[in-house]
Design a protein around this ligand. Structure first.
Ligand SMILES: CC(C)(COP(=O)(O)OP(=O)(O)OC[C@H]1O[C@@H](n2cnc3c(N)ncnc32)[C@H](O)[C@@H]1OP(=O)(O)O)[C@@H](O)C(=O)NCCC(=O)NCCS
Length: 159
């Protein structure tokens, strides 16, 4: 399995967007002899952000790494690829010196929420009721995780 990091920079200020693409070289033993076939199996984006509404939950931080767009191809789910992509986000966070990782999940999406909780994210707030009742959007929870080198090493050996 390969982890590719595609880096895209936008022109606005310090806004940085990074795409992390996970690829696998062989899907099954029958593919083992075929020439370096690669297949995209999962993606995730990380973005450096400074949203005040989020920063109020992050002690001592003036910026954070926002994780979004996590998705794993249906055939490859429940093989820890999602967990692995989250781990890659965490590595980038530590490498770049961010103190926190932040993401949002739908409140009723128990699969994604279990994945994030297992990866060490905790819920710090929810979308305000007016956003869901007036606009009719599914309610989301805001989840955060402190990123530091020791946490990363410890949790890597639990995967
Ligand atoms: C959510 C998603 C990224 C998970 O990817 P994955 O590679 O299957 O996740 P993992 O194999 O790393 O799962 C790790 C753990 O998370 C939990 N988990 C993951 N998916 C789950 C599900 N559908 N239901 C319940 N628990 C789930 C389990 O505890 C799992 O461990 P286990 O398989 O040993 O029980 C994938 O299902 C997906 O792409 N879904 C559609 C897009 C999406 O919902 N993205 C999240 C947006 S917030």
């Amino acid at each position: 399995m390969h982890l590719l990091i595609n880096r895209r920079r936008y022109w606005q200020g310090s806004y940085t967007n990074l795409g992390t693409h996970l690829q696998t070289v062989a899907e099954s033993p029958s593919d083992a002899n075929s020439e370096s076939k690669t297949k995209l199996v999962g993606v995730v984006d990380v973005t450096a952000l400074r949203d005040e509404a989020v920063l109020q939950h992050l002690q001592g931080a003036d910026e954070y790494l926002y994780v979004s767009g996590l998705a794993v191809s249906k055939r490859f789910r429940r093989r820890k690829i999602g967990s692995c992509l989250l781990k890659a986000c965490e590595m980038l966070s530590v490498l770049w010196g961010f103190k926190y990782l932040v993401l949002r999940a739908y409140e009723d999406d128990l699969g994604a929420r279990t994945l994030y909780a297992n990866a060490g994210y905790r819920v710090v707030s929810r979308d305000p009721p007016w956003l869901t009742s007036w606009i009719g959007r599914r309610r989301r929870v805001l989840m955060i995780k402190q990123s530091n080198f020791l946490n990363l090493i410890n949790s890597t050996f639990q995967l």
